[in-house]
Design a protein around this ligand. Structure first.
Ligand code: SAM
Length: 289
């Protein structure tokens, strides 16, 4: 069965969303665009060729050009030249929606600035899939992508996001998920509701709900594999009043300098840096006896 139609496409840049697991999660329009574009560009040309093969989309003599974070500056002029000649260019990242924690931003921005048609064949994205199934409030959400790898930078980033009145959504690697949940419990509060969604649309899909504290316990006992989205619900109204500044500072001082600990806790509590720094100095002195 052929699911695609080859039809003339207007000149322009077509961002195409591709599956995040199950290969059949691709729209008919995405297949039409991939079958019809003059030029295909992809973050990973091998994955793209495999996808075309699975769906019986013939490539013919059309070029498949690699475009990713490491060669973007070099390859973009070539793609822009095709667009300037009036060609249609389809771009897909390795999985999911391009630009969403994936390459494509610079290409789209410059194409728009040059007056080129920029459009998309929307489809899968792990952030939307996770929001859909996790059972946390969906009226407002803040997609924060990947947190920094370094512990202090990660804790600072969490502190900055902590008071945003929206469900927070993060992409995370299985290697770091336990440490990330622990930092989130320390900085945002152990009792915040959260969810870990893993392997979405794949055979071992799961979504584990709990407080940050219970999720830390669960994920410290498991060896975790696969792809992960972490969601954390917003701070309960009035909860910042219950923030135990002293306890948070003591915990932070176990792994951080006085300056870093006061930075993180002042952001998390919304209290002035100076005041928190003075308290941190006193606690540190007491700690060191
Ligand atoms: N552009 C993609 C999108 O629209 O979701 C995201 C690309 S980003 C480089 C890859 C990260 O997305 C993974 O590390 C994981 O956090 C998340 N992700 C992608 N596929 C997933 C899946 N099937 N299940 C859970 N998380 C997934």
């Amino acid at each position: 069965m052929v699911n695609h139609e080859v039809k003339p496409l207007a000149a322009g840049l077509y961002f195409v969303a591709t599956p995040i697991g199950t290969a059949r999660d691709i729209t008919l329009r995405a297949l039409d665009i991939l079958a019809s574009a003059d030029v295909i560009a992809a973050e990973d040309t091998r994955s793209m060729k495999r996808l075309l093969e699975i769906h019986g989309v013939p490539l013919g003599t059309r070029p498949v050009i690699a475009y990713h974070d490491h060669n973007g500056d070099k390859v973009r002029p070539r793609l822009m030249a095709y667009l300037a000649e009036g060609k249609s260019v389809a771009y897909a990242s390795e999985a999911g929606t391009p630009l969403i924690a994936d390459p494509g931003y610079d290409l789209g921005k410059i194409a728009r600035e040059e007056g080129v048609l920029v459009t998309a064949a929307p489809g899968p994205s792990a952030v939307i899939d996770a929001m859909t199934i996790a059972g946390l409030p969906t009226d407002r959400f803040m997609f924060a992508g990947f947190l920094p790898n370094a512990k202090n930078a990660r804790r600072n980033a969490l502190a900055e996001l902590g008071d945003i009145p929206a469900t927070l959504v993060f992409y995370e690697s299985p290697k770091r998920v336990e440490a990330m949940l622990q930092d989130a419990a320390d900085i945002l509060g152990a009792t915040r509701e959260a969810a870990v969604c893993r392997e979405l649309t794949k055979k071992f899909e799961e979504c584990v709900n709990g407080t940050l504290e219970t999720l830390v316990a669960e994920f410290s006992e498991r060896s975790v594999k696969g792809e992960i989205v972490v969601l954390i619900t917003r701070r309960a109204e009035g909860a910042s009043d219950e923030f135990d500044t002293e306890a948070e500072l003591r915990k932070a001082l176990e792994s951080m300098s006085v300056r870093d600990a006061s930075d993180v806790v002042s952001k998390a509590s919304g209290q002035p840096k100076r005041k928190i720094y003075q308290l941190a100095l006193a606690l540190d002195k007491e700690r060191k006896g």
